[in-house]
Design a protein around this ligand. Structure first.
Ligand SMILES: [Zn+2]
Length: 312
C-alpha cells in the first residue's frame, strides 16, 4: 500500500454513490477512481475513462496499468481479466459466464457466512479473495504514485469486498457508508423495470447484511454514515463532516459543489458522470413515485430495515 489512503464508498445500488464520488473528487486532496471492481470488465468492453479517453491511454491510468503489466507480467489489452480485481463481466451471458456467475454468487454467500461466524479475517485465505485484495491493493499503490493526493476514492460499493480490503489495510482505509431511504431506492429500481421483489430485497439485503458485519468488524473511527438526503438538502455541512472524518481540509466545499468537472478519471459506474449538467437537488418525494400497492409491499417486507436506518 502506498502512502495514499483510500476512502471506500459503500452503499446499495441507486443510493447516490456516483454523485457522492463526483462531489468528493472536487477536493484537491482527493481523486476519484470510480468503481475499481469493474476495471477488468471496462477494459474488456473498451469502455472509456470518464474523461472520454481510452482507459489505457488516459494519463491518470496509463502509468499505473503499465507498471502492473511490467511487474506482474500481464497484458491488459489481450487478457483484461488476468489481473483480476474481484468482479466478473456481467454483460456476457454465454453458458461459460453463466457458470461463472453461479460460482461467483456461491463464493459471496460462503464469504458472508464466514464473516457472520466471526471469522472474517479467514476469508483472506480463500485464494480468490486473497488474489483480489492483493491486486486491488497493488493497483491503489500504482495509482497513488500517479495521482498526487491524500485520498483515492473507490466507489465499488460492495461491503464484502470493502471489508476484505479494510481488514488487510487497516490504518489507511476508511469507509464512507451511504444510506438512502429504501422507498426512494425502490422507486428508482422500478423506474428501470426491475421486479417489485428485487427492487425491495436488493436494498434490504444490502443494509441488513452489511450493518450486521460493520458493527462487528469496523472501528467507529474508520466509518462515517451519511444519508443521501442530507447530502442533497444540506450539502455543505455534510461534505464538511466527511472532510473532518477523513482529516482533510474543510475549506473546499465550494469547489466540491461546483460539479462541472473536466478532470474526472473514473471507471465503472453509471453514465451520469459524463453529464456536465448534473446538479445536486433535493430528491423527489418517494410518495409521488410509488402507488399504494407498492408502498404496502415495501412496508410489509422492509419497513423494519428502513426504520433502523433512520427513516420513519
Ligand atoms: Zn481519464
Amino acid at each position: 500500500m502506498s502512502s495514499n489512503k483510500v476512502a471506500y464508498i459503500c452503499s446499495s445500488a441507486h443510493a447516490g454513490s456516483t454523485i457522492l464520488e463526483l462531489l468528493l473528487s472536487g477536493h484537491p486532496e482527493m481523486s476519484g477512481l470510480g468503481e475499481v471492481l469493474y476495471l477488468n470488465a471496462d477494459l474488456e468492453r473498451q469502455v472509456p475513462c470518464a474523461c472520454g479517453m481510452a482507459l489505457y491511454e488516459c494519463n491518470s491510468w496509463h502509468g499505473a496499468l503499465r507498471q502492473i503489466e511490467k511487474t506482474r507480467m500481464v497484458d491488459f489489452s489481450s487478457s483484461p481479466f488476468e489481473f483480476w480485481l474481484g468482479e466478473i463481466n456481467y454483460k456476457n451471458v454465454d453458458w461459460y459466464n453463466s457458470y461463472r456467475k453461479v460460482r461467483h454468487h456461491f463464493r459471496n454467500a460462503l464469504e458472508f457466512l464466514i464473516y457472520r461466524l466471526g471469522l472474517g479475517g479467514a476469508a483472506h485465505y480463500f485464494p480468490y479473495v486473497g488474489k483480489s485484495v492483493r491486486n486491488v491493493s497493488l493497483l491503489y499503490e500504482a495509482l497513488g504514485n500517479l495521482r498526487d493526493v491524500s485520498f483515492l476514492i473507490d466507489s465499488s460499493k460492495r461491503y464484502l469486498h470493502g471489508l476484505n480490503l479494510y481488514l488487510q489495510n487497516k490504518g489507511s482505509f476508511k469507509f464512507v457508508y451511504l444510506i438512502r431511504d429504501g422507498r426512494s431506492v425502490m422507486a428508482s429500481h422500478l423506474k428501470r423495470g426491475h421486479s417489485l421483489k428485487n427492487s425491495v430485497y436488493n436494498w434490504k439485503n444490502f443494509y441488513d447484511r452489511s450493518q450486521s458485519l460493520f458493527s462487528k468488524y469496523v472501528s467507529d473511527e474508520d466509518v462515517i454514515f451519511i444519508k443521501f438526503e442530507d447530502l442533497c438538502t444540506k450539502p455543505e455541512s455534510t461534505l464538511e463532516k466527511i472532510c473532518v472524518f477523513l482529516g482533510v481540509s474543510t475549506t473546499y466545499t465550494y469547489d466540491m459543489l461546483n460539479m462541472d468537472r473536466d478532470e474526472l478519471h473514473t471507471v465503472g459506474g453509471n453514465w451520469t458522470k459524463f453529464d456536465n449538467q448534473i446538479k445536486l437537488r433535493p430528491p423527489r418525494d418517494w410518495s409521488e413515485l410509488l402507488n399504494k400497492d407498492q408502498e404496502n409491499y415495501f412496508n410489509e417486507h422492509a419497513l423494519t430495515t428502513n426504520v433502523k436506518l433512520g427513516y420513519g
